[in-house]
Ligand binder design. Structure first.
Ligand code: UDP
Length: 244
């Protein structure tokens, strides 16, 4: 936890109750602070993973910022009687943070996704955020951490976007974050694919109506197995609310 605010507990994961803008401002504060911190953006699927996997839960709760990505987390917190201000999708947090980093000429490293994707994302981000420096990229299909950590360290980046999928990215940041020497690591799932344009984000209507998950399911039906965790999450929230 960063600062002294109390987190909102949703089935064992403590969420920071912030708006998107507040979250981006706190991200910048972390970028100006001493030491290394990391940000996670769990959705209901990740909360379910955390219920079963202690290491994942510790990695998630050990983040300086835990942001609610997904309408399910917002609904869950409301049902539990501790509502969160708003949904803070990882990709929107990243975009807002990049605007602010670009304004200060900060440096970013992109880690994750299939070979070639981070390079395309890098070109597109440079064009979209003049002033932003991208000091390196690496795909997410590596076996050994040490050489990747060393590349990040040598790049002199201020921040790293870690897009290895959950819970690998959370465990990776908890284990290797400090050794990279950067100020801030952000675990952002499939965001590099979106920045590169290889995966399209749901149109505004679907996002505004809390249906982004359904749009993604239609585009990527192979996600169905993973998404079965969503009804399970709702059942667990309902059970927890009855206990309270
Ligand atoms: N990925 C990776 N290394 C791996 C497994 C996954 O870099 O070992 C990448 C994958 O290519 C994709 C991202 O991690 O770019 C995960 O995307 P997903 O859609 O699963 O994440 P979500 O946004 O749903 O959390």
């Amino acid at each position: 936890m960063w600062g002294d605010t109390v987190r909102v507990d949703v089935l064992g994961v403590g969420f920071d109750n912030l708006t998107l803008e507040e979250a981006a401002e706190q991200g910048m504060e972390l970028l100006h602070a001493e030491g290394t911190q990391y940000v996670v953006t769990p959705n209901p699927e990740i909360v379910e993973v955390c219920r079963e996997n202690r290491a994942a839960r510790e990695a998630v709760n050990g983040a300086a910022l835990v942001l609610p990505d997904g309408i399910g987390v917002i609904k869950g917190a409301a049902v539990l009687g501790t509502p969160l201000k708003e949904r803070v999708p990882g990709i929107e947090f990243a975009a807002r943070l990049l605007e602010k980093m670009a304004a200060e000429g900060m440096a970013l490293y992109l880690l994750g996704a299939k070979p070639g994707v981070a390079e395309i994302a890098s070109e597109r981000l440079r064009a979209r955020y003049p002033g932003l420096r991208i000091t390196g990229t690496h795909d997410g299909y590596f076996q050994e951490d040490a050489p990747v950590v060393e590349k990040i360290r040598q790049s002199g980046a201020d921040a790293v976007f870690v897009c290895l999928g959950a819970p690998r990215q959370e465990l990776w940041m908890a284990k290797n974050g400090e050794a990279t020497g950067v100020r801030l690591l952000c675990g952002l799932g499939g965001s590099l694919d979106v920045f590169a344009g290889t995966v399209k984000r749901a149109p505004r209507f679907w996002c505004d109506h809390g249906l982004e998950w359904f749009y993604r399911l239609c585009r990527e039906p192979q996600r169905l197995g993973r998404m079965m965790k969503l009804p399970l999450f709702l059942v667990h929230v309902w059970r927890e609310s009855r206990k309270n």
